[in-house]
Design a protein around this ligand. Structure first.
Ligand code: V55
Ligand code: FE
Length: 505
């Protein structure tokens, strides 16, 4: 996935002029940096939906491991019209895969989410949607359809599996067949906003799922809808808040008592949108804001703490001690998504390096204006923080990060927040790792006791994929099992593990 090099605001804003254009025939661009590029070339788009019953397994899968590992990522269904060929990699249609693990066997399946957008393009046999989150660039025929691609994360709650994109409501999928059940899920009509995050959180005490959506009253609106859903799927609390400025709010934090928002300078840019560009641009003149509100309230209590213009995307964990909140995220000093334009300066790879940060704010301190910042592991860089998902909203001990070593090789890091130490699984130089998920060893296993699961790409084999399982007690020993795929599976953003016993309870 190529990055668009940008010079300054003028060059950037000038670059996206033009209206959508119909094309008579479908040609796949050869340059993989172009949207939908590469066509049939290795390491380019995938597009093929696959079933593989009884995958080849090297090593031993734990015989009692029973569950589903889901992943999803953008996989362009069709190349874009020429003037949108340089769309960003986040705009491909959501392609899901499922590794069903049971009795030491693995069955693989992959399917596109049949979103409204996918169905319209399928019927037309071409791309109908223009730039990333830019409705001004769409073919007139798709007016009124959801633009959602369902390409970012999978989540499971009240017996339902959702595929999500933060600009639209979740898409409900059948967790065993990956058939699309509902292309616009609204929690029985109680999702009052038009959007839904890719990163809901589940409260392990109440079983509630807490979620939000930003730009919830339409394009570039400063409204956020925040709500919770009980174990049966009923919305049991909701509130509206407003953000200090409109920008990407990719993830959020939830404690037993609070909801936390982080607004950072990847700002929604109407000028860019009107000129046919992508949704966001990096505006280094802006600060970041950390908002804290109470769950169960009406949102008027939200308090915003100011901070430097960092870019943070993913929550490792969040909790509260009374009215003092603690929020761990990975983040960099500046823009981490170089394919979004920089308004004022050149993109800096050094400033974008991600570290694990701890943010704090104390609601009982009336004078606190700025949130507290601590760099927890200065020597470890990475992105895509995770935790043992059973510890959302409560104090936690173990965190995970897709890290890179000094040579740029990828590795999985496991942090012990109690001892402030990190351990690693490093696959060696010829493999790149995707984000990992934590899998509890069994129902009720202690925090962090289990496996890390995720996809490895073998660079010397044209990116052929293996699914690997590493024991968290023995990261150094390498995978206990490797599911050897005979091809490269489609790319992913996030993955999600669902234990089989959750399907029936
Ligand atoms: C992210 C991914 C997205 C997106 C916004 O990983 C943020 C962060 C795959 O799409 O639209
Ligand atoms: Fe994410």
């Amino acid at each position: 996935m190529g990055a668009v090099a940008t010079a300054g605001a003028g060059a950037v804003l000038g670059g996206f002029a033009g209206a959508p254009q119909a094309r008579a025939e479908m040609e796949f661009p050869l340059d993989r940096g172009d949207f939908g590029g590469g066509g049939s070339e290795m390491e380019s788009v995938c597009r093929s939906e696959n079933d593989l019953y009884d995958c080849e397994v090297e090593g031993d899968l734990p015989p009692d491991l029973d569950g589903m590992f889901f992943r999803v990522g953008p996989d362009p269904q069709y190349p874009k019209p020429l003037q949108y060929m340089h769309d960003i990699p986040f705009d491909g249609e959501g392609h899901l895969s499922l590794f069903r693990i049971q009795n030491g066997h693995v069955d693989f399946r992959s399917r596109y989410a049949r979103t409204q957008r996918w169905k319209a393009q399928h019927a037309a046999r071409r791309s109908l949607f223009g730039m990333y989150r830019n409705p001004f660039t769409d073919d007139p025929s798709v007016k009124g359809l959801s633009r959602g691609t369902a390409n970012t994360q999978i989540y499971f709650h009240h017996g339902k599996l959702f595929a999500m994109k933060e600009d639209s409501p979740p898409v409900e999928m059948n967790p065993l067949t990956l058939e699309t059940v509902n292309d616009y899920y609204t929690f029985g009509g109680d999702l009052k906003g038009q959007t839904f995050t890719a990163h809901p959180k589940t409260d392990p005490v109440t079983g509630e799922m807490v979620a939000f959506g930003y730009e919830a009253k339409g394009l570039a609106s400063n409204d956020v809808f925040v709500f919770s859903v009980d174990r049966t799927g009923k919305v049991n609390w909701s509130a509206w808040i407003k953000v200090p400025y409109v920008g990407m709010i990719h993830d959020f934090g939830v404690t037993q008592k609070h909801v936390l928002f982080y607004v950072c300078p990847l700002a929604t840019n109407m000028t860019l949108l009107r000129r046919g560009g992508p949704h966001f641009a990096w505006d280094s003149t802006l600060p970041s804001w950390l908002g804290v509100m109470h769950r169960g309230g009406d949102g008027t209590d939200i308090r915003w703490f100011e901070g430097p213009g960092y870019m943070c995307t993913h929550t490792m964990g969040a909790w509260a001690d009374g009215e003092k909140i603690y929020w761990d995220m990975d983040g960099g000093d500046s823009n981490q998504f170089p394919f979004f334009p920089q308004l004022y300066e050149k993109w800096s790879p050094v400033k974008s390096v991600g570290r694990v940060m701890r943010f704090t704010a104390d609601l009982n301190n009336r004078r606190q204006k700025f949130y507290g910042i601590e760099n927890l592991y200065p020597g470890v860089s990475g992105a895509l923080s995770r935790q043992d998902d059973r510890y959302h909203t409560v104090p936690y001990r173990y965190g995970f990060l897709l890290s890179s070593d000094r040579t740029g090789g990828s590795r999985w890091a496991m942090f012990d927040q109690q001892t402030r130490t990190a351990r690693f699984y490093s696959p060696g130089p010829d493999t790149s790792l995707a984000e990992m998920c934590f899998v509890p060893r069994k129902t009720g296993a202690p925090e962090g006791d289990g496996y890390l699961i995720g996809v490895a790409s073998r660079r010397k084999e044209y990116g052929r994929s293996d699914l690997i399982l590493v024991d968290t007690q023995h990261l150094d020993d390498g995978p206990i099992a490797t599911v050897k795929m005979p091809y490269r599976v489609h790319g992913q953003i996030h993955g999600f593990w669902v234990p089989a016993d959750q399907l029936t309870t």
